[in-house]
Design a protein around this ligand. Sequence first.
Ligand SMILES: C[S@@+](CC[C@H](N)C(=O)[O-])C[C@H]1O[C@@H](n2cnc3c(N)ncnc32)[C@H](O)[C@@H]1O
Length: 386
Amino acid sequence: MTRFPLHLDLAGRRVLVVGGGPVAARRVRGLQSAGAVVEVVSRAIVDGFPDVPVTPRTFVPDDVDGAWLVLACTGVVDDAVAAACAPRRIWCVRADDASLSDAWMPAVARVDDVVVSVTAGRDPRRAMALRDALTLAIETGDLPLRRSRNGTGSVAIVGGGPGDPDLLTVKARRLLAAADVVVRDRLAPVVPIADGVEVVEVGKVPGGPSWAQRDIEALLVDRALQGRRVVRLKGGDVHVFARGMEEVTACFRAGVAVEVVPGLSSALAAPTYAGIPLTARGVTQSFTVVSGHLPPGDPGSTVDWDVLARLGGTLVLLMAVGRLGAICAALIAGGRGEDTPVAVLQDATLASQSVLVTTLARASVEAQGVTAPAVVVIGEVVGLRQ
Ligand SMILES: C[S@@+](CC[C@H](N)C(=O)[O-])C[C@H]1O[C@@H](n2cnc3c(N)ncnc32)[C@H](O)[C@@H]1O
């Protein structure tokens, strides 16, 4: 028999399930998630049966009256259920013998607004295995999820991790697979983007041209208001020295739907990729992440370098290349030992990654050749590097 796949909108439809065993329970859950109004006729129900109205008696033919769809899941009176449905022209799905059924229940999964339903040669386990594999491929962004028609626009502010595309989260990959527009930072991971997707590079190249932050925000809002799905792909995490908050605020103000997806910060990933634990039992119980964007003594800086020098623990500096000499001098002046180990981690997680190990006293001279991006780790844990 040839099957014609048809998706039924069950929202608000009355569906009768005859039977109270595990198969009926599974079907009821699926019907509930599709929004159906489910009623059950069964003398007994298994433990953990979903919370739906149950008529506790044997099936009688009049039970099907008024139902939009009937599922016979008894294994005992399914013939009688089907016989009651036929003259009333009500679809009946039989769990006992698919070949006798008017209709079949596929294995179904929903991922965001995509519904996958699979039938597989009347073999439910095979259908479920295929359904699960397809669901995984959708969830991990391996299948083309992009809409071909504009719909409701949205912005996803996504942390892309420190650079290695393998460190993108599953959610980031899925959002990228569905994106119409990708707005990239310079340090965001380089990932393949489907043809036809608008890619805008807004990265701030040191010493080169750069987009003003307000122009980036206006771009995100503009594309979303056009009904497009925008991914704002950032390096590391969205809220670690990354101005994610301003972009979220701009979307809120414009009434644009916005979601924020955390990413793995270079502050955490770079030491790990270099074999340095940020904390180690018996050595240090804290780490502090600090921006080195402004040098010690700069009137705009809110960092108290004296306090950091006395704090102990591990210090992680971002954006410190070019100011490392001044920062190390301030830490030594504040009381941190000259021999304190320092690691300078350039291009962390990328093929070009390099690791320089030095000390607080020698760092400014030995790290002269280092260029951004680099993460600096200061503290005894550098000595534990493996
Ligand atoms: C504007 S901050 C953004 C930080 C980012 N949001 C994060 O959580 O990693 C840029 C700084 O992050 C650090 N950084 C980012 N990616 C890096 C990488 N692959 N290797 C070393 N440092 C990196 C550098 O210190 C760089 O100057």
